[in-house]
Write a protein that binds this ligand. Structure first.
Ligand SMILES: *Cc1c(COP(=O)(O)O)cnc(C)c1O
Ligand code: SF4
Length: 329
């Protein structure tokens, strides 16, 4: 389709076989996430190249440090699949900046050694599991040598979009003294075929707790039934839904936007219908780099303006109840 060539010239295209097999139409839940669309060339108000302000919080290349106890490390900006709504789409997939060089990795590790308050390193990118097993093994062992680090977290789509990469050699490469958590990015139950679920089972068999993060996307997962099926499937496969992200304002993503009020409504439906362990937190990454916060819905109303300790609280099905807190006695 010639009208798509300016789109793929601007934003990288990549759809691995595991996903290609599952796309039936360009406008189904998987097609919309991965097949380029001319609307990506539109720029809506508020859309910017660096929506969550990574640049401002990067002390050395490849690191983003916004919170005192944890830091992002981006060992690569390459992915196995390129999501059309990606919040780092301006930098992700650029072959010129593919993998963090040896010198820059060393500089990032030096920074880590000098920052004893950092207990957790979050490997992201790009997708850290794009790296070769040898490179990952070396990176993990260098991280494990940083004495104050306790936790290693990987944010990845690879187990779902390229499950053949979850091999015993990878398991060896990731093994270290660090508590290793894996966060799977997945947005729709159709992504979770037998091979993807087997890859998740392999990861949990290695002893890594699994979490998921999803992005709320128009035409992909903005229906309660879809989210319920997704989160149930994840929990049944030992993956705890962690975050449901409100879409960041990256360029050319307006056709994926779900209004925040609709997001709150959906999350409210989940509260009444789904097991507590299947509930993710709905979060906004505040533009400009101010961090992630839960964005509701709100269940507690009233407070000091109504009189000390006087609240009303909404139950999971929408009923309102008075609640008198201790400070009102
Ligand atoms: C998202 C993010 C994290 C991780 O936040 P959690 O709430 O711990 O999942 C850490 N650092 C930066 C810079 C981030 O953007
Ligand atoms: S896998 Fe993550 S980093 Fe890569 S394109 Fe998708 S959202 Fe962006």
């Amino acid at each position: 389709m010639p009208e798509l060539s300016p789109v793929v010239a601007r934003f990288r295209l990549g759809i691995p076989p595991e996903i290609r097999r599952r796309i039936r139409r360009a406008d189904d839940a998987l097609g919309r996430q991965f097949v380029p669309d001319v609307r990506e060339l539109d720029r809506a108000p508020g859309e910017v190249p660096d929506p969550i302000g990574d640049q401002r919080f990067s002390p050395v290349e490849g690191l983003v440090h916004r919170y005192p106890d944890r830091v992002l490390l981006l060992p690569t900006l390459l992915c196995h699949v390129y999501c059309r709504f990606c919040f780092r789409r301006e930098t992700v997939g650029d072959p010129g900046r593919g993998v963090l060089t040896e010198a820059r990795t060393t500089a990032a590790l030096q920074w880590l050694h000098q920052h004893p308050a950092v207990r957790e390193v979050i490997l992201t990118g790009g997708d850290p599991l794009v790296l070769s097993v040898a490179r990952l093994a070396r990176l993990v062992s260098r991280l494990a040598e940083v004495p104050h680090l306790r936790i290693l977290r990987l944010h990845t789509r690879v187990p779902i979009v390229a499950p053949e990469r979850i091999t015993p050699e990878l398991g060896e490469a990731l093994r270290s003294r660090l508590a290793t958590w894996v966060v799977l990015h997945t947005n729709h139950p159709d992504e979770l075929g037998p091979a993807a679920l087997a890859a998740a089972a392999t990861l949990s068999g290695w002893g890594f707790p699994l979490l998921s993060q999803s992005v709320l996307l128009a035409g992909v997962n903005d229906q309660a039934e879809t989210l319920i099926a997704l989160f149930r499937t994840l929990v049944e496969n030992r993956v705890k839904p962690y975050y449901l992200h409100h879409l960041d304002r990256a360029e050319g993503t307006d056709h994926f936007r779900v209004p925040l009020s609709r997001g709150q409504e959906l999350v409210g439906v989940l509260r009444g219908r789904l097991s507590g362990i299947a509930q993710p937190t709905y979060v906004l990454d505040i533009p400009g780099g101010y961090g992630k916060v839960p964005i509701g819905p709100n269940y507690l109303h009233g407070g000091p303006t109504e009189g000390p300790g006087v609240y009303q609280v909404t139950d999971p099905w929408g009923g309102l109840h008075d609640y008198a807190d201790l400070e009102g006695r």
